[in-house]
Ligand binder design. Structure first.
Ligand code: F6R
Length: 616
């Protein structure tokens, strides 16, 4: 939800701060891409360049403008919340006196009140955004003689909402300031200067030592030091932390899209997610922290999972695993529903948030609510420097590395591995699975990597592409699954909708006859998730029902009986029931990728979406 960068260089180098800000925005474009802009301080003026559309449009504008290389500036890539995507609503916004330029990620809830305040001061607002209001208020404060940091602090004191902001001031002095209340912001200092960004990925070219702002922090950055105050003016220190992700992971490395690269990374991601955590001989799992000790887990009475989107689908699967193996009652809920339904949590509840970014606003708030209601807060996350990790007592890091494609793929697989580890650890702590049985479960996990690699062989990938060609013009898609593969059906449908813009629904196969079967007719494609096992025969009947009504069925799974009655098939190696989603989802990811490619869609940046959803 919008990407922010800022820099103050010691030397202009090639292209000055403009070039570095554009590079930073390229890393963050996944966060929003309907417009972008820069605000640059030149010796005697503040220059703002902004353009609706992709970053390339801004680059052309910058090339035409021929501005001299500068040292100090901010940049933004936008995902619109207030005001349509347009040049005028793009960030940065400037105050009437052109002293300050500001970029913002988030939503200012009381912006209408603040807007009236600005209008009452005789200022005519130039955009429909909530952001400009902040800019104008800071401008008013500066015009009254306030120091820049104090002008920002006093403005933010009046703001209700959720924001990360960065701004440059030209008068009374040149300053680079940023503040956080919700969406992430981090800072890096190196011999080249000082930098800030919404995501560490944009800072890794400069250093691995990163300072993460906390909610309520306001930071003033000069080339020699970073000073941080709280909203009440009190000074605080935030020590930098070492970040181990590398900048190359944010590269496509020869793949046409990040999504394809990330799908192909999955065997490695899977192995990383359990590396150093499983003890096959003892039949147990090591998870860091007291939350996952025998003593703590044996007191768990209930697990409440909350998440959004793909992470929620991982959450449903986690629910099947924990309930099935550890015999703990589990509830899984949309984070956005949980937080507004006045939930009642019983004693001994573990709250589990699942999130790639660790910054999804609804998941964060749902977890915070559960913790306020007495739950023990835990999370499964990719970004270990995220707010979610700070809020929780226990954390399982999925170790997937940066995920850039907006459609989540490798993070999903890694979330499933983390959930499997949690389920086995909980089961062992509670004695619901023997050491021998757990050993077998862990051996199955260890054997999964080559099976996953098989699914990504050139031949298998070509088969998925051929099927994509057969079904690309289908009227619609129905994804059917049973048991632990029902959430895989949901995930297959979500992937297809979000990147190909075709209608797709995921359904429990047994529920089809209660309504969705009316959709079946020639031209409609059904994907049936068919692992071998106790539910295969039932699924086979569902496939027959679709076929009897003229629907085309593509079988995805290891059950030969289901393949035999389907029109086409994508064979998947066999594994235990709990792990089958990890394999079954891969052909579905590839199928949506190829359908999107055949339709000419923008795969890594699907319309209307953004990677990190830091607004409600
Ligand atoms: C779908 C997708 C989204 C995210 C959702 C939660 O491909 O990426 O549905 O899964 O926005 O995001 P995180 O995992 O960052 O909380």
């Amino acid at each position: 939800m919008c990407g922010i960068v800022g820099a103050w260089l010691n030397e202009p180098g090639d292209g000055g701060v403009q070039a570095l800000l554009v590079e930073g925005l390229r890393c963050l474009e996944y966060r929003g891409y309907d417009s972008s802009g820069l605000g640059i301080i030149q010796p005697d003026e503040l220059i703002v360049r902004r353009r609706q559309g992709r970053l390339a449009k801004l680059e052309s504008l910058l090339a035409e403008s021929g501005d001299a290389p500068a040292l100090l500036g901010i940049g933004h890539t936008r995902w619109a919340t207030h005001g349509e995507p347009s040049d005028g609503n793009a960030h940065p916004h400037q105050d009437a006196g052109r002293r300050v330029a500001l970029v913002h990620n988030g939503i200012i809830e009381n912006y209408l009140d603040l807007r009236h305040e600005v209008e009452a001061a005789g200022i005519e607002l130039q955009s429909a955004t909530d952001t400009e209001v902040l800019t104008q208020i800071i401008g008013i404060e500066l015009s009254k003689g306030s120091e820049p940091l104090e002008a920002v602090r006093s403005c933010l004191e009046r703001v209700r909402g959720n924001y990360a902001i960065a701004l440059v001031t030209r008068e009374p002095k040149e300053r680079l300031i940023c503040a956080r209340q919700g969406p992430p912001l981090c800072i890096a200092q190196s011999e080249r200067g000082v930098f800030l960004a919404s995501d560490v990925m944009a800072l890794l070219p400069y250093t691995r030592q990163i300072t993460f702002l906390e909610d309520g922090d306001i930071a003033e950055l000069t080339r020699s030091k970073v000073s941080i105050i709280r909203l009440n003016g009190e000074r605080v220190e935030r020590a930098p932390r070492q970040v181990d992700w590398d900048a190359e992971s944010a590269d496509k490395q020869g793949y046409a899209h990040f999504m394809l690269k990330e799908i192909h990374e999955q065997p490695d991601v899977l192995a990383r997610a359990f590396h150093g955590r499983i003890d096959v001989e003892r039949g147990d799992v090591q998870l860091e922290g007291d939350s996952f000790s025998d003593a703590a887990l044996s007191k768990m009475q209930r697990l409440q999972v909350t998440a959004c989107g793909t992470a929620l689908h991982a959450g449903y699967i986690a629910g099947y695993m924990v309930e099935g193996l550890a015999r703990v009652p589990v509830d899984v809920d949309y984070a956005s529903e949980f937080r507004y339904r006045n939930p009642k949590l019983s004693e001994g509840t573990y709250a589990l948030g699942i999130s790639q970014s660790g910054e999804t606003a609804d998941t964060l708030e749902a977890l915070r609510l559960a913790i306020r209601l007495g739950a023990h807060g835990t999370c499964i996350v990719n970004s270990i420097s995220s707010s979610m990790v700070r809020d929780c007592q226990g954390m399982i890091s999925i170790e997937a590395g940066p995920e850039i494609g907006v459609a989540s793929t490798k993070a999903f697989v890694a979330m499933l591995v983390a959930s499997y580890l949690l389920a086995i650890r909980t089961a062992r702590a509670r004695g619901t699975v023997t050491a021998e049985a757990a050993s077998q479960l862990l051996r199955d996990l260890r054997e999964l990597r080559p099976k996953l690699s098989t699914l990504l062989s050139d031949e298998r990938v070509a088969k998925v592409r051929a099927i994509a060609e057969h079904v690309v013009d289908s009227k619609g898609f129905l994804f059917l699954g049973r048991g632990i593969n029902y959430p895989v059906a949901l995930e297959g449908a979500l992937k297809l909708k979000e990147i190909s813009y075709v209608h797709a629904e995921g359904y429990p196969a047994g529920e089809m006859k209660h309504g969705p079967i009316a959709l079946i007719e020639p031209g409609m494609t059904t994907l049936a998730l068919a692992p071998k096992g106790r539910l295969a025969e039932k699924l086979r009947s569902n496939i027959e029902q679709v076929k009897a009504r003229g629907g085309r069925v593509i079988c995805v799974g290891s059950d030969p009986g289901c393949h035999a009655v389907s029109d086409e098939g994508l064979a998947v190696p066999d594994t235990n029931e709990w792990l089958s989603p990890i394999l079954n989802v891969v052909p579905l990811q590839l199928l949506s990728y190829f359908i999107a490619e055949l339709k000419g869609c923008d795969i890594d940046k699907p319309r209307n979406l953004a990677k990190s959803v830091t607004v409600e």
